[in-house]
Design a protein around this ligand. Sequence first.
Ligand SMILES: [Zn+2]
Length: 88
Amino acid sequence: MKHFTVVQELKNIEKHTHSTCDKCGKEIKKETYNAYNEDWFEIKEGHIYPEGGCFSGYKMELCEDCSHELVEILKFNGFNIQEVVIEY
Ligand SMILES: [Zn+2]
């Protein structure tokens, strides 16, 4: 017969502390009233099913300044990026 007792197990877990820009390297600060999302560039390709899947892609975290710079670079190279204004 196996007997069990309850023990408290301590283990290290990863906790997100901050993000840095993948271009300039500076810390991406989140302001309380800033809706900016540093994870806006992400492409996933592959298959995802409930039991598992496989995908690959690209992801980039950018600060607000570098994001604006990238938008200008993309516009200059012919990408049609729509400007959006949301008021509520
Ligand atoms: Zn940056």
